[in-house]
Design a protein around this ligand. Structure first.
Ligand code: HEC
Length: 147
């Protein structure tokens, strides 16, 4: 049985509509972290880093409109690859990782400028930054002492 071009055209339209529902990487898999971080620190990380470095991304509206959605999901995907607070286990925050995080925290808005432009509420205040740096220092001291 031959399909008419009309049938093919209508199926193509249906398929095109359906692909819009492919979730890309815009999914938040269940978090399995055993990480033990003080609550105050977690809330700072959630505010400033979790959108790209965890499975608890708060997807903004832009993440649902192509083609912007491809960039957003791409950023989150590479962010999660570089560091994912949802899967890291507390013993895996190695001194090296703690130092890397410290570098990024010190950089402030210079890390992911576009994001901070679009989402100024994710910015850490000076005192919040100091709190994070203090936590990292204490983490580094304990780790280095236990090695
Ligand atoms: C808008 C998304 C986004 C946000 C928000 C974000 N990051 Fe990143 N981060 C990335 C991406 C993408 C990479 C990988 C590419 C790169 O290094 O720039 C990355 C890389 C990193 C790395 C690895 C660097 C290395 O040398 O391996 C660390 C550590 C890091 N981020 C920490 C943080 C911390 C801490 C915060 C919060 C204060 C944060 N990031 C906020 C997207 C983000």
């Amino acid at each position: 049985m031959a399909y008419s071009s009309k049938t093919i055209a209508s199926w193509s339209v249906i398929v095109l509509i359906l692909v819009q529902f492919i979730p890309l990487n815009r999914i938040n898999p269940p978090a399995s972290s055993k990480i033990k971080i003080p609550y105050t620190i977690t809330s700072l990380l959630k505010k400033a880093c979790y959108d790209c470095h965890s499975y608890e991304t708060r997807w903004t509206r832009i993440a649902y409109i192509a083609p912007a959605s491809w960039f957003v999901t791409g950023f989150v995907s590479s962010g999660r690859t570089a560091l994912n607070f949802s899967t890291v286990k507390s013993d895996e925050i190695t001194p090296l990782l703690a130092k890397k995080i410290r570098t990024i925290v010190k950089k402030g808005n210079a890390h992911q400028q576009l994001y901070h432009l679009l989402k100024p509420e994710a910015q850490l205040s000076t005192s919040e930054t100091e709190l994070l740096l203090k936590w990292l220092e204490s983490l580094l001291t304990t780790r280095e002492n236990s090695v």
